[in-house]
Design a protein around this ligand. Structure first.
Ligand code: ZN
Length: 274
């Protein structure tokens, strides 16, 4: 088990967790609450543009942990695959502008493209944008998604697959993201976290609700589901990761609530269930 958490110095919140807030509102509220880090989603960055978002980030005093998200490499036409690479280069530029050291990749999947083909297209896509990432000083992190998303969001569904891709890419600018929501069920998780070692670039937490009422937007607050988060945090830390613990919750239920109260609830849950 991991050591108990006593402060918010490693707490990072994804702007999608408080989706109704603008980037500015989220940054102000997180900083005021003593949260140390922020992960910016592109839809929150967009209304401001990268330049102004960068100013907001620098003024907030928050550490920008990552930009979400790049990826979505597989496509049925080569023109669409090229467009995906262009968009990923744009995401890398935005990350550099706002001071994010990392772009998290939701790698993509397309119904009708066999998963092994999609995985090869993902490797090819990442490989072709890696030089741009390196030049910008921004790392790319492959985030495996739960298999329920294998049809249209990601053909990378286990940490083993992500680790294999990092080996195939052979670059220190590519690594993996461990998200407990996507990976908690995997019997090989502990071993694959150990195998990933220093390639673990980020760590996401929330919880798995029973029943899950919506495939995408019904993630739970830490402690209200069945994931043993402290155990997985312990594995990640034993592998050498000591970076931010990122609260990433997509929830129609929480988005309908008062976001300031939600923020306080996140902080309580972070201290008692992570
Ligand atoms: Zn995640």
């Amino acid at each position: 088990m991991a050591q108990p958490i006593t402060d918010y110095s490693r707490l990072c919140i994804h702007t999608m967790t408080t989706k109704p807030w603008s980037l500015k509102e989220a940054a102000d509220a997180y900083a005021k609450a003593g949260v140390a880090g922020i992960t910016v989603w592109r839809q929150h960055l967009e209304p401001f543009g990268a330049k102004e978002a960068g100013t907001i980030m620098r003024d907030s005093g928050l550490k920008v942990v990552s930009l979400c998200r790049g990826g979505f490499f597989p496509a049925t036409s080569s023109a669409a695959r090229e467009e995906a690479k262009t968009d990923n280069r744009r995401a890398i530029d935005e990350a550099a502008e706002i001071g994010a050291p990392l772009v998290v990749l939701v790698c993509g999947a397309v119904p009708g493209i066999p998963l092994p083909v999609a995985r090869q297209q993902i490797i090819d896509g990442i490989a072709s944008v890696l030089p741009h990432a390196k030049a910008a000083g921004v790392k790319l992190s492959i985030e495996p998604l739960h298999p329920m998303f294998a049809d249209n969001r990601s053909a990378v569904n286990t940490l083993e697959q992500a680790n294999n891709m990092v080996v195939a890419l052979g670059s220190e600018w590519a690594g993996v993201t461990v998200d407990v929501y996507h990976l908690w069920w995997d019997a090989h998780l502990e071993a694959e976290i150990g195998r990933a070692g220093k390639n673990i670039l980020s760590f996401h937490v929330c919880d798995w609700r029973t029943p899950t009422r919506d495939l995408l937007n019904d993630r739970g607050m830490m402690g209200e589901g069945c994931i043993n988060i402290p155990q997985i945090r312990g594995w990640v830390e034993r592998a050498g990761f000591n970076g931010f613990i990122e609260v990433e919750i997509f929830s129609n239920e929480f988005w309908a609530q008062d976001q300031q109260q939600l923020l306080h609830r996140i902080q309580r849950a972070y201290r008692s269930h992570v």
